[in-house]
Design a protein around this ligand. Sequence first.
Ligand SMILES: [Zn+2]
Ligand SMILES: [Zn+2]
Length: 387
Amino acid sequence: MTAATRDYYEILGVARDADAATIKSAFRKLAMKLHPDQNPGCKVSEERFKEIGEAYSVLSDPEKRAQYDRFGKTFDGGGGPGFGPGAAGFNDFSDIFNEIFGGGFEDMFARGGGGRGPRNGPERGADLRYDVEITLEQAFKGMEREIVVPRAQACEPCAGTGSEGKAPLETCRTCNGAGQVRASQGMFRIVRTCPACHGRGQAIKTPCKSCGGRGLTQKERTLSVKIPAGVEDGTRIRLSGEGDSGLRNGPPGDLYLFLSVKPHSLFERDGADLYCRAPAPMCKAALGGEMEIPTIEGERTKITIPAGAQTGRRFRIKGKGMTHLRSKERGDLHVELLVETPVNLTAKQRKLLEEFAKDCGEEAHPQTQGFFDTVKKFFDNGDPLVR
Ligand SMILES: [Zn+2]
Ligand SMILES: [Zn+2]
C-alpha cells in the first residue's frame, strides 16, 4: 500500500500513546472531512482518505499496532498462494470503513485502486485447486493423466446471460440503470452498489431456470494433464485458464494441481537422490561377491560387495537416482547393506553352521570380542573420572 512511508500516528494526528478511543475519534473526524462525497473529484483528499484508512486499520488492531510500533511496518500473515482477485488486505480495509460508517465503501475502493474489480464489469473466474497423488515411479518417468475437474462454466441454455431464453436484460428499476443508489447515512451521503442488479444497471426479467440467473453452472470437465518427470512431493502446476469461467465475459481463473508423491516401499527420496536398504545374505557378506539391486526404472543394477561387509555399509550407484526436473541428469542411488541372518535352517545347514561356529576363533568376530572387552576394561581399571 501507498502510505508506508508516512507515520501512521502522524497521519491520524494522534500521540504515540493514544488510546483506542482517541484513535477512533480522530479517524472519524478525518474520514468525514476527507470523504470523496464531500470533495467530489479531488484527488488529494481521495488519496488522504485512503491513507487514513490504512493508518486506522493498523492502529485500531492491537496486534498490528504492536507490530508497527516495533518494526515500523506490519506483516500480513501467510496468505498462501494468493488465490482469487482482491487481496486480503484490501478487503480488511473497506471492512474498517463499513464497520464505522456502514456499507457502501467497497465500490469506492475498488474504483480507487487495486482492489476487486467493479461489480458491474466482467469478473474473473475463481482459481481452483485439484490434488493429485502419484507414485514415485510416476514421478520418475513423468506421465500424462486424465483428471475430471468440476468447475463453473457458462450456462448453455442462457449462453451465460442468466436470462431465461436469452431474453435481453431490462433497465433496473431500483437504480434506473445507474448501478448505484445513494443513501444518506449520518452526516454524509453514501453511494451503494444497487442491491437489485448488483451494479449492472440492468436486470434480468426472468432468471434462467438452469442456472437461477447466475449465468454459470457447475460442470465436470475432463482434462489431460502432463506431469513432468522429476516432480517432487508438494509441486504445484498451474493450468492457465482452466479454473472457473468468469462472469459477464470475464476471464477464467486458473487451475492449480497440487502433487503429492506416495511413499515408496523400497526407496526414500532426497531431492534427486534415492536411498534404499538392501538385505544381503550372511554368506555373501562374509565371502564377498556381486549383488543385484532393483532400480526405480524397474531394472536391476549390480554392486560388488567386498568380503567381510557389515550391516550399514554404504554403496553409491551413480546416475541411478531420480530424474531432475527439466534435465536429463539423474541423481544417485545410495544403498545401505543389511546383512541377513539365515532362518528356517535344514538339519544339514544347521550342522554345517554349528561346525563353522566351533571353528570360529576371536579373529572371525572382532566386533563381538571388542563389545565385551570395552565393559571388562572398565571394571578392571575403574573409571578414572569417578575416582
Ligand atoms: Zn440496479
Ligand atoms: Zn442459465
